[in-house]
Design a protein around this ligand. Sequence first.
Ligand SMILES: [Zn+2]
Ligand SMILES: [Zn+2]
Length: 877
Amino acid sequence: MAYDPRPVEPAIYKRWLDAGVFQPRPDGEPYVIVIPPPNVTDILHVGHALNNVIQDVLIRFERMRGRAAEWLPGTDHAGIATQNVVEKRLAAEGKTRFDMGREEFVKRTWEYVRKTGNTIIEQLKVIGCSCDWSRQRFTLDAEYSAAVREVFVRLWEEKLIYRGHRVIHWCPHCLTALSDEEAEHHETNGNLYHIQYPLVDGSGFITVATTRPETMLGDTAVAVNPEDPRGRPYIGKKVRVPIANVEIPIIADESVDKEFGTGFVKVTPAHDASDFEIGKRHKLEMPLVMREDGTMGENDGTTRIPPDLDGLDRFEARKRIVKQLERDGLLVKTEPHRHSVRRCYRCDTVVEPRLSDQWFVKMQPLAEPVLAEYRKGAFAIIPERWRATFEHWMENIRDWNISRQLWWGHRIPVFTCTTCKHQWADRVDPKQCPKCGGRVEQDPDVLDTWFSSWLWPFATFGWPRDTPDLERFYPGHTLVTAPEILFFWVARMLMSGYHFMDHRLPFGTVYLHGTVRDTKHRKMSKSLGNGIDPLDVVKLFGADALRWTLIAGSSLGADVILDPNDLETTFAPGRNFANKLWNIGQFVLGQLPSKVAAIEAVDRRQLTLADRWILSRAQAMIRETTASLEQFRLDEAAKRSYEFVWNELADWYVEAVKPRLGTAAAILVYCFDAALRVLHPVVPFISEELWQRLPERKAGELLAAARWPVVRAELEDPRADREFGQVKTVIEHIRSIRAEYRVSPKTRLKATIVARGNDQPATFEGERETIVRLAQLDSLALDGAPQGMGAHAVFGDGSEVVVALEGSIDVQQECRRLSDELGRLDNQLKGLAARLTNESFVSRAPQDVVAREREKEKAWRDQRDVLAGKLKSLGCS
Ligand SMILES: [Zn+2]
Ligand SMILES: [Zn+2]
């Protein structure tokens, strides 16, 4: 009967919860993982599934090793993402957040979050995650918010937070500033427009090139590199900006790239970060020519924008400006141009560089010590190939824009007196100005979501209070995440941990796993429609099949390839393995006596070669899977335990001991028990279900809380490995001879083993019954020379197994078949040899074609030798 995980898995999960096994045991060395908190609006996708199953494997492994395993779960309030979702729902009602006002909007968002925010948490339970749900946290709950505020005020006091007036990334859809990391680079096919600006003295034109012609309305200079001979004569002259119709100077600035375009660049200080720097150096005007929503417009009273462009969307304005330049003969050329455009990581809108006032954190003082710790080896990022990227980012770290023009989030605790203008950050909301008693106003903005999640490893345990949890669970151990948030989150957690937790880093290892992609290697995403819903997979094949496929398919840091159009095939490995495990379990359990001795009680002198072999293989399996998991090679651990269960235990040992299952019971139970323990982290449900059925199980005992198997050195037996290995080899040889000569499976064969060198007949004598049964023999001789004609194979130290074929096959017919085949091969070889000795073929054909022909010749010759050998051993004339 096939295994049906559907009724089993939820029942088992409930037993684990009821028994409290996910809470760290009171004793034992802690082992801590904090979950990358999913957004509170998230629905589980296959990327989450991969991320969380990896964490679950590690936490279950360490829990079984006796550690006080703490996997801290929770969700992120996700400022922009959540606000976007709620705004979209409002839009469906024909409303905007501005219609309802801040207080009402925040209330509405809380309602939404309270109603739907636990969805992903419940989904994590379905796939078997063993998080400590008693400590679940939310980045906007009261205690966590207090920690965020404390950090802000401390950084303020240390003068690491400042108000910056500069060009930042602005999302015209989300209507907020973004950090560098949130404005993602996308390679885009755009245009480079070459535009003529007439010189005011009437002496001609200069040409500038730009990808964003609409920004020319905000130009306040044209710059050239002072070293560039083409531009030097023009320095100090003036040009008139077409359409904006303003006169601007030509200035010299060393930052101008001489290699780009004509060497003249337009300078738009309010809409370009490097132009802003030029503008500052030359004290240029910095007019904004776009509104926050990305339409053209100005608010400083200048008249740079013609009425027909005012209020027009920036991309519409671009088209119209280009058309007008063309009409006026000022567009020199338009060339296709591949370049990087930044887009909002939340809504994909093209981000607009925009001059603005925002709060920034000075990052260099925070980053420097962490980079030094990394170089000292205080923590590791695996795979190691991320080193250069990480170091580069840390070395060139930019200040962090932490203010967002949103309503959903931690409001910035900066207060300003309306009377004396005193400004300060405060841990509690002040009633009045401490200097003059005047009325105070709080900054309207909220903090970047990541300004709360960067405190996750300690704020979740009660910081800034001195709690027992903080004492016990900080610092943690392993952080498992996707590389996309290495800088958003991981690097910043390292910095905040080091800075606020007494120079103690939050974890020792950062494990960056791969991305789940489809068979065309595209990242799975909702918009591409190539995603896989992990819950669909659970419904079809069970959580274990999902977990097995994800873990076995992902080597350290490599991408996982799944086919969203064929779940059946994609998840077949996991499902087939669960079925196989189930069948082995049913078979083993069905044959066992009610009382089975513990392995320690078994008299080792009574063990057969097969017994000693499987016990030794079990030790190797335990040793190797443990080492793999310690090195984060989860796929290797999964494959090694699979191999043990399927190829060693089921295919050989169970088959070998079938006639004496009663006497082998203790060994079978020991091996199956060890396999279930080792498999448990990857396939927790089916392993628990089978483990519960093993004999001698005490009431209430759970595999999830059981101990990881230890290697018993006394059971390691290299001699048994070698000797039973030979028994297997002999059986395999006889089986392949049977297949090669097409002997009917019903025919019982006669075989002789001629042991030579160190191979001892006693090895085979002990397992005679096994060889005879598994190779379907009539008889097995262990001495003397084989009689008559037959087929043979060599193994070990030159020993031979010879299978008599007389009477088992029609020798005459087999001889005819073999010599026909030989004749055909000889003809083919002759043709090939003719071609290869033909000078004109060898000299004219491409080298790889010739090489392939030579390889073919060699393969055919080998085949010929095999056929000739067979003919000889059958005694064909
Ligand atoms: Zn956006
Ligand atoms: Zn005041």
